[in-house]
Unconditional design. Structure first.
Length: 328
């Protein structure tokens, strides 16, 4: 099966899906050049019509990873990681039909930007910078770019994967933002942290308000928060059986994790057996979670992991980040 909607879609209630395809599963050309790294694109999947179309392609997008939709201005934002081992990441934006492409953060403003999330109340962009070992925040036009967290000095520590910042989420309800430091591939050293949205004075490399919620995770990647239920979700692309999973933990009134006891697993694994799970997005109205994986599949399940369905598959796609677009 090369490309198809797998699960039937009842009409009128499901959002369109914005999915990033990094292009690395496309057929290789006879003469392989660096162009294979710049085949990233944005696809829009219409669940009601069971159709898919690229809205941005052939734009030289290198290593697309994180995507979100801003309700305030009706624009899509995404990250380009750039070429491996180069300080050439960027952030771009377009309208919902793929037109009016804009560079929000030019090449080199961030090292290797991964997940991006919009704070829909404050109209701010949060960005996790992997080899840059940082969490950034900026305005919707890219101004006021600020380092919020500095996990290390990327000039000398960028190969320390325990400091790699990959996922990011923000909760205005709790007054905190959250991020993952994934650790070595399949290494079981991943962690999830949080800190206050209001940055305290002092060195961002030594913030006193940083809390480690969870540690010794297989390889946590993207994050998502459902404010209504106070649940933090994340994907993990680590080794089976605890990796390649969708996970969750409840947050208390202060935004701290409510851990499970006793036992070695302090959180809930709600869905398993993804093919390198990356993107995760909550549909708060339907209480659904969408997950994308590098194997070319997009999945949907309920908040407890039930009703897990593969809703789309294209083995020539390598899906990273996800966003949802509600069409009225």
């Amino acid at each position: 099966m090369a490309r198809s909607f797998v699960a039937s879609q009842p009409s009128s209630t499901k959002p369109n899906i914005l999915a990033l395809d990094n292009g690395l599963s496309q057929p290789l050309p006879e003469n392989i050049t660096q162009d294979i790294f710049s085949a990233g694109r944005i696809l829009q999947l219409d669940q009601d019509r069971m159709s898919v179309q690229p809205i941005v392609e052939k734009a030289g997008l290198i290593g697309v990873d994180g995507i979100d939709y801003c309700k305030a201005n009706g624009r899509i934002y995404w990250t380009n990681m750039g070429f491996p081992n180069r300080n050439d990441g960027s952030v771009m934006s377009c309208d919902t039909d793929g037109r009016d492409l804009r560079t929000i953060l030019p090449v080199g403003s961030v090292h290797t930007p991964k997940q991006l999330v919009i704070d829909q109340l404050a109209n701010k962009i949060y960005i996790a910078d992997r080899e840059g070992l940082r969490i950034f925040r900026c305005d919707l036009d890219g101004s006021n770019l600020t380092v919020l967290v500095k996990a290390g000095d990327w000039h000398i520590e960028k190969d320390d994967q325990t400091k790699w910042c990959v996922g990011v989420a923000v909760s205005q309800q709790h007054g905190r933002f959250y991020w993952t430091q994934k650790g070595p591939s399949k290494g079981g050293r991943g962690r999830i942290f949080s800190a206050k949205i209001m940055t305290p004075p002092g060195d961002v490399g030594n913030r006193a308000d940083i809390q480690c919620l969870l540690d010794n995770l297989p390889e946590p990647v993207h994050l998502e928060i459902d404010e209504d239920s106070g649940i933090l979700f994340w994907t993990d692309r680590g080794e089976f059986p605890f990796g390649n999973t969708l996970n969750k933990v409840d947050l208390d009134a202060s935004g701290n994790a409510t851990l499970l006891k006793p036992g070695p697993i302090k959180h809930k694994i709600i869905a398993q057996n993804f093919d390198e799970a990356i993107g995760v997005k909550v549909d708060p109205m339907a209480k659904h979670i969408y997950v994308s994986d590098l194997g070319g599949s997009i999945w949907r399940c309920s908040f407890d992991g039930g009703e897990k369905q593969k809703i789309y598959e294209d083995k020539t796609c390598c899906f990273t980040g996800l966003a949802l677009l509600y069409v009225m």
